[in-house]
Design a protein around this ligand. Structure first.
Ligand code: ADP
Length: 554
C-alpha cells in the first residue's frame, strides 16, 4: 500500500513538474514570439543545448509569423525547435503542442523514406522538394519544402519553409483534367481532319477521274463541245473546236466565239443564247462557224444546263454538230422538189384541161358510169394539184421567191367564203361561224384563204369523232385573231414545238392520215410575210385551236 501511496505521490509531483514545464514552455514560446528572448535551451538526448536565433529581431519574427508558409526549425534529431502559427494551423494543432515534437510526427508512412532523404540532403545543401504532410486526423497536405541550414551559436539547425500546395495541386489537377480533355478533343479533331483529308483526297481523285473522263469523252466525239458558265462565258472547248477554228484558247474563250460565227447568223444566235441563259431552257440554234481556212460550215448548236441539288445552274454543256452536208442534201432535195413539182405541174394542167373538155362534151350522151369516173378523176386531180402547188410553194419559200401582191382584204368575207367552201367539201361537219363583220386587213386574200383552209383541212383530218369546228375572230388592241378550233386528238407539248417545221408530221400509227407536213410550214411563211403571228393552243386528246393574228386597218 505504501508503495502505491508513494507512487501516487510521485505521480502527483511529476504531474506538477510537467505542468510547470508546460507553463515555462508556453512562456518561452510567448517570449520568442514577442521577441523577448533570442535564445533558448532545449534538453536533448545529449543533455541541455542552447539555441540562439541570430537574426531574431522583431521584424523577422513578425514576418515569419505573418507569412503564408509554414516555418519550422529542427535540430539534428528532427525535434521542432521553433514553429510559426501557420505551420501549427496547417497541422491543425495549437502552436504550443507543435514545438518539441519530432517532425516525423507529421510525415505519413508513404512518404517517410522520401522525407528522410530530403532532410539528409537539406543538412548538406539548400534544397527543395515536394513532400506530403499528415495532421493528426491523417488528412494529407501536399507541400513544397525548402530546406536551409541555420548557423546558430549553439549549433546548426535546419529551417524548413513549407508551402501548402493543395490549391496549386487542385489547380494542377484541374489543368491536367482540362489538358486531358483538350488532348482528347485535339485527337478527335485530328481524327476528323484525317478523315476529311481522306474524303477530300478521294473526292479530288473522283473529280480528277471524272474530269479526265469528260475530257476523254469530249476529245473523242466528232462534234465540237464546250462548257460555259451561267453568265455565258465559255471556259472550255474540246480539241475539235481548236482543230476546226484554228484558234488558240484565249482567242475564243469567254465571249470570243462570236468572232467565228457568221455575221449574218450572229444576231439570231445571240438572241437564242441570251434567252437560254435567262430562262435555263435548252439552247438550240443553227449557225455557220468560220473554219481555219476562212470557209464557213453550218452547225447545229445545242447546250443544256447542269444544275446543283438546289436547282441552281452550275455550268452549261454544249455541242456544235456539223450539218453542212445535211444542209446541202436538203438544198439538193429542195431543188429536186422544185424541178419535180414544176415538171408535174405542166402535164397536170393539161390533164385537168382535157378532163374539163370531156365533162363539157355534149355531142353524144355520156354513159352515167363514165360520168362517175370523170368526177372521181376530177377529185383526184384536184388533190394532186393541191399537193403539187404545196410542193411548189415550199420550193419557192426555200428559194425566197414566195411573192404575192398585197391589198385590202375583208377578213369577215374571207371567213364566210371559207366556211361555204368547207361545208361543200365536208358536208358531214358542223362549221360554227363566230366571226364579226367588217374586219379589214392588208394582205393577199388568196394566200390568207390558203392558210385558213389549211387550218380547216387539218381540223377535219384530226377530229374524226367530234365533228364540230369553230371559226372565230377576236379583236384586241387593233389586232385581229382568226382561229379554227376542233375537238379532236390534239397535240402534246413536244409536238407543239415542231409542227410548224417543214415536213414535220406526228408519227402515230393510230391516225394514218394523208399529208406531207407542208401545210403549217407554208402557212407560217405566209403569215410571217404579212408581219403577223401564227400559233396553236392544244391539249392532247382534247382538241386544238390554230390561229393567226394580223393588224387591223383602221
Ligand atoms: P399535214 O399535211 O401532215 O397535215 P401540216 O403541216 O398541216 O401537215 O401539219 C403538221 C402536223 O401537225 C400534222 O402531221 C399533225 O400531226 C399536226 N396537226 C395539224 N393540225 C392539227 C390538228 N388540228 N389537230 C391535231 N394535230 C394537228
Amino acid at each position: 500500500m505504501d508503495t502505491a501511496k508513494d507512487t501516487h505521490q510521485e505521480l502527483l509531483n511529476r504531474n506538477n513538474e510537467l505542468l510547470r514545464q508546460l507553463e515555462e514552455a508556453n512562456d518561452t514560446i510567448e517570449a520568442i514570439r514577442s521577441g523577448q528572448v533570442d535564445a533558448l535551451i532545449v534538453r536533448g538526448e545529449d543533455g541541455h543545448r542552447l539555441y540562439t536565433l541570430k537574426t531574431a529581431d522583431q521584424t523577422y519574427r513578425v514576418f515569419i509569423e505573418k507569412m503564408n508558409e509554414g516555418a519550422v526549425t529542427l535540430n539534428r534529431g528532427g525535434i521542432i525547435l521553433y514553429s510559426n502559427s501557420r505551420f501549427a494551423a496547417m497541422m491543425n494543432l495549437p502552436l504550443e503542442k507543435v514545438i518539441g515534437l519530432n517532425f516525423n510526427t507529421f510525415i505519413p508512412e508513404i512518404s517517410a523514406s522520401k522525407f528522410n532523404e530530403v532532410i539528409k540532403r537539406g543538412w548538406d545543401e539548400d534544397f527543395k522538394s515536394e513532400i506530403l504532410l499528415a495532421n493528426k486526423n491523417f488528412q494529407l497536405t501536399p507541400c513544397l519544402v525548402s530546406c536551409t541550414t541555420l548557423d546558430l551559436d549553439e549549433g546548426t539547425a535546419l529551417s524548413l519553409i513549407l508551402t501548402d500546395l493543395t490549391s496549386q495541386k487542385e489547380a494542377e489537377w484541374e489543368l491536367k483534367v482540362k489538358n486531358e480533355q483538350l488532348l482528347a478533343a485535339q485527337n478527335a479533331a485530328e481524327k476528323l481532319n484525317n478523315e476529311l483529308e481522306d474524303t477530300v483526297r478521294e473526292r479530288t481523285n473522283d473529280l480528277l477521274i471524272s474530269r479526265e473522263h469528260f475530257k476523254l469523252l469530249a476529245n473523242n466525239i466528232p462534234q465540237m463541245t464546250w462548257t460555259n458558265l451561267p453568265g455565258g462565258e465559255v471556259d472550255f472547248y474540246n480539241q475539235q473546236w481548236y482543230n476546226y477554228t484554228g484558234r488558240r484558247y484565249g482567242e475564243t474563250a469567254g465571249w470570243g466565239w462570236q468572232h467565228v460565227v457568221h455575221p449574218d447568223d450572229l444576231p439570231h444566235t445571240m438572241e437564242k443564247y441570251i434567252s437560254a441563259l435567262k430562262t435555263g431552257n435548252i439552247f438550240e440554234v443553227e449557225n455557220r462557224y468560220k473554219k481555219w481556212d476562212d470557209t464557213y460550215r453550218w452547225h447545229l448548236n445545242r447546250a443544256i444546263p447542269l444544275r446543283d441539288d438546289k436547282g441552281e445552274i452550275i455550268f452549261w454543256v454544249g455541242t456544235a454538230t456539223d450539218i453542212e452536208d445535211q444542209k446541202k442534201e436538203m438544198d439538193r432535195k429542195d431543188e429536186f422538189i422544185g424541178i419535180a413539182s414544176h415538171e408535174l405541174k405542166t402535164p397536170l394542167t393539161s390533164l385537168k384541161g382535157y378532163l374539163q373538155l370531156i365533162t363539157n362534151y355534149k355531142k353524144e350522151d355520156v354513159p352515167p358510169v363514165v360520168k362517175q369516173y370523170i368526177e372521181k378523176a376530177s377529185v383526184a386531180i384536184n388533190k394532186l394539184q393541191r399537193l403539187v402547188n404545196d410542193l411548189l410553194d415550199v420550193s419557192k419559200i426555200q428559194a425566197g421567191r414566195l411573192e404575192y401582191a398585197m391589198g385590202e382584204v375583208d377578213l369577215s368575207n374571207l371567213i364566210k367564203l371559207a366556211i361555204e367552201n368547207a361545208k361543200h367539201i365536208y358536208p358531214l361537219y358542223d362549221f360554227d361561224n363566230q366571226s364579226t363583220l367588217g374586219l379589214r386587213i392588208n394582205g393577199n386574200a388568196e394566200r390568207l384563204e390558203q392558210v385558213l383552209m389549211n387550218f380547216v383541212n387539218n381540223a377535219v383530218k384530226y377530229s374524226q369523232v367530234n365533228k364540230q369546228i369553230i371559226l372565230k375572230t377576236a379583236v384586241h388592241d387593233h389586232v385581229v385573231r382568226v382561229s379554227v378550233t376542233d375537238f379532236g386528238i390534239g397535240l402534246s407539248e413536244e409536238q407543239l414545238d415542231k409542227i410548224f417545221e417543214r415536213f414535220y408530221r406526228v408519227e402515230d400509227k393510230k391516225f394514218m392520215t394523208s399529208g406531207l407536213g407542208m401545210g403549217l410550214y407554208i402557212s407560217t411563211e405566209i403569215i410571217n410575210n404579212h408581219q403577223g403571228k401564227i400559233g396553236v393552243e392544244s391539249e392532247l386528246g382534247v382538241g386544238a385551236t390554230f390561229y393567226f393574228e394580223l393588224p387591223l386597218l383602221s
